[in-house]
Design a protein around this ligand. Structure first.
Ligand code: PGA
Ligand code: ZN
Length: 422
């Protein structure tokens, strides 16, 4: 049983220099803990509402002072001096207080900052690491690390749209530890930077998640360069390291067509293109290969490739139990990309995670493109036995905070990495 004595929220800045929210939860025992909330740019239409002030004089309307105010007044007044015997009870009180279907009243950012700071304070009170507390929410033992999927190249909304697809990620597959995965990735990243320098003659700019963003002429050039970077770094593509893609197809879809190149293509041509990429490159996972509401065609994509690779739903599912239900019934994909702030509380995200697992899907735990130095996502990826963890590149402190937390967990509790995708 934990009793909330105080909640204190503050507007802070994320990795893009945009406002977000950090809340400190103090329990009656005097123990307190804070949590900061990330923010997406390539967002799904069905995501819970991230409340922004809309005041053009502050941060182009993106201020979070209203969300901060909601924590410091309504939410505090509702929760103060109340006993909560579980995370579910606390989250239930937040959902009831908000009273809307997408958290537009209090803001999913305000609600999530309370949900996670409470979880962290309770874990601290109980003297257990955060990943263990998280694991109890889904009733699973902590016995392995997720396979890392690490951003190498970016396009789309994360990199000024120089090419339409959003991310090519490296999956270090032969390493048996987080430490070795990061060593491999560092070598591949350096090799990729050199390829970019040679081919495009400039020091490469980095995208939102720290990926390199050379002016590739098309998606195939991006995939080709990723494979070359793996071999130039001394590894075997398709054995030591594989590729994962976040196509983020919703962002180049209009009126029934996909604008991948100059000539728009239909859904079935888009699926053929993805099949061709899988035949030509060592791809083990494709996220949002189709538009988020292309429900008729997702099952065809799953049928075409789902027996060999992960067909991951991000914008398609938005970590939302009712969309996951629909996707399971339709046979639309075989894996969930889980972002807690898409739904707004730990309890609802845990339900999404359980539903995916019950359907036999795999689960990728993911951060957002706008992140903070908070590292709770690493504990979540371990605690919820993520099959993959998607945390951006191996540069930039907001990304490294999570990788460093994984290194710390590995140091304290060595465990195998999940064997996928070998
Ligand atoms: P985000 O999306 O920019 O909304 O965080 C990243 C992704 O599409 O996975
Ligand atoms: Zn995505």
């Amino acid at each position: 049983m934990s009793n909330i004595r105080d909640l204190y929220a503050l507007e802070i800045l994320d990795s893009r220099g945009r406002p977000t929210i950090k809340t400190t939860c103090t329990l009656a025992s005097g123990i307190s803990a804070s949590a900061s909330v990330p923010s997406g740019r390539s967002t799904g239409a069905a995501e819970a509402l991230e409340l922004r002030d809309g005041n053009p004089l502050r941060y182009q309307g993106k201020g979070c002072l209203k969300a901060v105010g909601h924590v410091n007044t309504e939410i505090l007044n509702c929760l103060k001096n109340r006993d909560f015997s579980s995370q579910q009870e606390l989250d239930g009180a937040l959902i009831a207080l908000d009273g809307t279907d997408n958290k537009r009243n209090l803001g999913a950012n305000a609600i999530l900052s309370v949900s996670i700071s409470f979880a962290r304070a309770v874990a601290k009170e109980q003297g257990q690491p955060l990943y263990r507390a998280f694991s109890q929410l889904i009733n699973r033992k902590v016995e392995r690390f997720p396979r890392l999927t690490i951003n190498l190249f970016s396009g789309g909304r994360h990199a000024g749209k120089q090419i339409p697809i959003q991310d090519v990620l490296i999956v270090p597959s032969s390493p048996e530890s987080i430490d070795h995965s990061l060593v491999m990735m560092n070598n591949i990243y350096q090799a990729a930077a050199e390829i970019g320098l040679k081919t495009y003659g400039m020091r490469l700019l980095t995208a939102d998640e720290g990926g390199l963003a050379p002016p590739f002429p098309n998606a195939e050039a991006m995939l080709e360069a990723a494979v070359t970077a793996i071999s130039n770094a001394g590894y075997r593509p398709g054995e030591d390291a594989h590729l994962a893609l976040d196509v983020a197809a919703s962002h180049f879809y209009r009126d029934g067509s996909y604008y991948l190149d100059e000539t728009p293509i239909s859904s079935s041509r888009m699926i053929e293109r993805l099949q061709r990429w899988c035949a030509d490159y060592p791809i083990v996972s494709i996220e949002d290969g189709l538009y988020e509401d292309d429900w008729d065609n997702w099952p065809l994509l799953q049928e075409a490739l789902g027996s060999r690779i992960l067909i991951l739903g991000d914008d398609l599912l938005c970590t939302n139990p009712s969309r996951i239900d629909k996707a399971i019934a339709a046979g639309a994909c075989n894996a969930l990309l889980l972002k807690v702030n898409q739904i707004g509380t730990l309890t609802e995200a845990a339900r999404a995670c359980r539903m995916a697992r019950d359907a036999g899907w795999l689960v990728t735990i993911s951060v957002r493109s706008g992140e903070t130095e908070d590292d709770w996502a690493a504990d979540l990826a371990v605690g919820w036995s993520g099959d993959q963890f998607k945390n951006g590149s191996v540069t930039q402190s907001e990304r490294l905070a999570k990788y460093n937390r994984l290194l710390e967990i590995e140091n304290q509790k060595p465990m195998p990495i999940v064997s996928w995708p070998n």
